[in-house]
Design a protein around this ligand. Structure first.
Ligand code: ADP
Ligand code: ZN
Length: 218
């Protein structure tokens, strides 16, 4: 099964992706995580990506598309995968279609995480992540037991540089301008499945799983 998960920053896209990865044994390809790992490692890719990410802009399509093309060639992708944070532009979506079509493949479904605009800003500004294991928390909705310490691994829990209020606004603008049009792009192909993540994430997952069942994918 080849899935895409689509949603605004702070929609809970990453958390849902983790759930699907574990339950259905999929490779989880998060472009944001790959960029952050490269930034941490000080690679040329990381150095280039950081300037865009800290400004709330998208890393250029050419860089991102090549990076994902390489990642999809790795062995673990054979079992199926969930793309999280890619595609983010129509050009990326078209490039992905082409990459897959070369092997006679296609994306099976696009999980669209729906959250009201008002909710999103609060979620992003309150988000904290573990530097060590990547676990996601929220100061209001899901605080750590001990402030600043990861419940699962004891690592440092911090705010991502691009979750600072000045950057969040720019990221939301980028999302609406570049990424939201993808919903229409995939809707035309008839492969969108919606999950309402305004309230309980369990309800959202149930809706998404019902959609996958209806398509005989699970
Ligand atoms: P979120 O979905 O919460 O905004 P991500 O971790 O998915 O966060 O991405 C963080 C940043 O990495 C984005 O704001 C963007 O700058 C960059 N990025 C991630 N994926 C892509 C992509 N497919 N194309 C271009 N830039 C990307
Ligand atoms: Zn941790």
């Amino acid at each position: 099964m080849k899935l895409i998960i689509l949603g605004a920053p702070g929609s809970g896209k990453g958390t849902s992706a983790t759930y699907f990865r574990e339950k259905y044994n999929l490779a989880h390809i998060s472009t944001g995580d790959i960029f952050r790992a490269n930034i941490k490692g000080g690679t040329p890719l990381g150095i280039e990506a950081k300037t865009y990410i800290d400004a709330g802009k998208l890393v250029p399509d050419s860089v991102t598309i090549n990076m994902v093309a390489d990642r999809l060639k790795e062995d673990d992708c054979k079992k199926g995968y969930i793309l999280d944070g890619f595609p983010r532009t129509i050009a990326q979506a078209e490039a992905l279609d082409e990459m897959l079509a070369k092997n006679g493949e296609a994306i099976d479904a696009v999980l669209s995480i729906v959250v009201a605009d008002e909710t999103i800003k609060g979620r992003v500004s309150g988000r904290r992540v573990c530097e060590k294991c990547g676990e996601s928390y929220n100061v209001t909705f899901r605080p750590t037991k001990v402030e600043g310490v990861c419940d699962s691994c004891g690592g440092n829990v911090v705010q991502r540089d691009d979750d600072k209020p000045e950057t969040v606004e720019a990221r939301l603008k980028t999302y609406y301008a570049n990424t939201q049009p993808l919903i229409d792009f995939y809707d035309k192909k008839g492969i969108i499945i919606e999950g309402d993540n305004n309230n309980d994430p369990a309800v959202c997952r149930e809706q998404l799983e019902a959609g996958l069942k209806a398509k005989n994918l699970i």
